[in-house]
Design a protein around this ligand. Structure first.
Ligand SMILES: [Zn+2]
Length: 385
């Protein structure tokens, strides 16, 4: 049994006595005491409640101390970026947002990350030694193990660029990289659905993608491309060429640019994606009808997912989610019709609640999960003992 295993027993946030920890771990009380001594020196475990020590006797209850360390969470979008410092409970302590074009390249974008993370640490009166990990979401396909983006379509200069190594020039901590949809899924789960172990987060914006959480774990697949729903073939898109070069892709008919294009063909002047959402919110019959149809198209692919991985909740996010009920109604219509009754009996299909903050919350969650992992705790405790 390692120091980290004793810590694992406290990770649910419930205070416990030393005796309880000894019983649960099966270790001698003296061994548990030694492990706890290390965790307390690391600041990770603290006395709980008002148990003011009265002359030598250790307070009865021990609990995880979420303020022991901080993490940084960074959400890099196509044209803007958000960075935050969070404590170990995932509470955001300070946040910065900037208009930043990801196409300006990794040196420029990660230079900004380096600068604002350093500034926010100073502002929070935290040292770099108290920073446990950094999580970063990128708007393209990511090889999670190496932290490199692979052929990202909107990110010139980033292909196979070693993001962790660049960030570690400034901060010698673990740096975890994932794609934007995966971190949004984590952010939504941690902030709003902590008790849900099986959820699918669908982002509908310029493209369509999904983050899959199954059995409480984010599912990335063998190469990190799990959940790439946008290029699944559907019948209605058969005649349409997708930006990927294939025909029949879901996002070629159901993502925001396709809906904007259909409106333009009908003589409606629309520019950016916000215009589509504004038309739907204003009750424009054609826009409502097109978004509802996009929902049905997405529902066709989601129905397959429901039958394959049986999620408890489907969360719909991304810019088109602001169109609200029209999109959800289309998705629900097809999913409930095409999936097995048992799979949909308790299935909830809801709009994302974390909104623009889902990415940064999820990037922080990615860093926290790593910071509190047994291997990381063990490595830090060995450095102390
Ligand atoms: Zn495609």
């Amino acid at each position: 049994m390692r120091t980290s295993d004793v810590f694992d027993l406290l990770r649910d946030g419930r205070p416990r006595t030393r005796a309880e920890l000894a019983d649960a771990s099966g270790l001698a009380r003296s061994t548990v005491a030694a492990r706890i001594e290390i965790l307390m020196r690391m600041g990770l475990v603290a006395p709980y409640g008002d148990g003011v020590s009265t002359g030598g006797r250790p307070p009865a209850l021990l609990v995880l101390n979420p303020r022991a360390w901080v993490v940084a969470g960074v959400d890099i979008g196509a044209r803007h970026a958000t960075a935050a410092i969070a404590d170990l409970s995932g509470t955001i302590l300070v946040e910065r947002r900037a208009d930043l074009d990801v196409a300006s390249g990794p040196e420029h974008v990660l230079g900004w990350v380096e600068q604002v993370v350093a500034e926010m640490l100073v502002e929070q009166q935290r040292t770099v030694a108290e920073l446990a990990a950094i999580g970063i979401g990128l708007p393209g396909p990511v090889e999670h193990d190496t932290g490199r983006a692979i052929n990202p379509p909107i990110m010139p200069g980033w292909h196979r660029y070693d993001v962790p190594a660049r960030v570690q020039r400034a901060f010698a901590v673990p740096v975890l990289i994932d794609n934007d949809v995966n971190i949004m899924a984590l952010g939504e789960q941690h902030a709003h659905l902590p008790d849900v172990d099986d959820l699918v987060f669908i982002k509908v914006s310029t493209g369509i993608g999904a983050g899959l959480i199954s059995g409480g774990e984010l599912q990335r697949g063998a190469q990190g491309t799990a959940g790439d729903l946008g290029h699944v073939r559907i019948d209605r898109a058969e005649e349409v060429t997708c930006r990927c070069g294939n025909h029949g892709c879901l996002e070629a008919v159901a993502a925001v640019p396709a809906i904007a294009q259909a409106l333009r063909e009908a003589g409606v002047e629309v520019g950016a994606g916000q215009d589509v959402v504004a038309l739907v919110q204003g009750g424009d019959p054609l826009a409502v009808q097109l978004v509802r149809q996009a929902g049905r198209d997405i529902g066709e692919v989601v129905a397959v997912l429901v039958n394959v991985i049986n999620p408890a909740v489907i969360v719909v996010g991304g810019s088109l989610a602001d169109a609200g009920e029209s999109l959800l109604a289309g998705i629900r219509e097809v999913v409930y019709q095409r999936s097995l009754p048992l799979a949909t009996e308790h299935l909830r299909i809801v709009t994302a609640q974390a909104g623009e903050r889902a990415g940064v919350l999820g990037a922080a969650a990615l860093a926290i999960t790593h910071a509190l992992s047994p291997d990381h705790i063990e490595a830090r405790s060995l450095a102390l003992s």
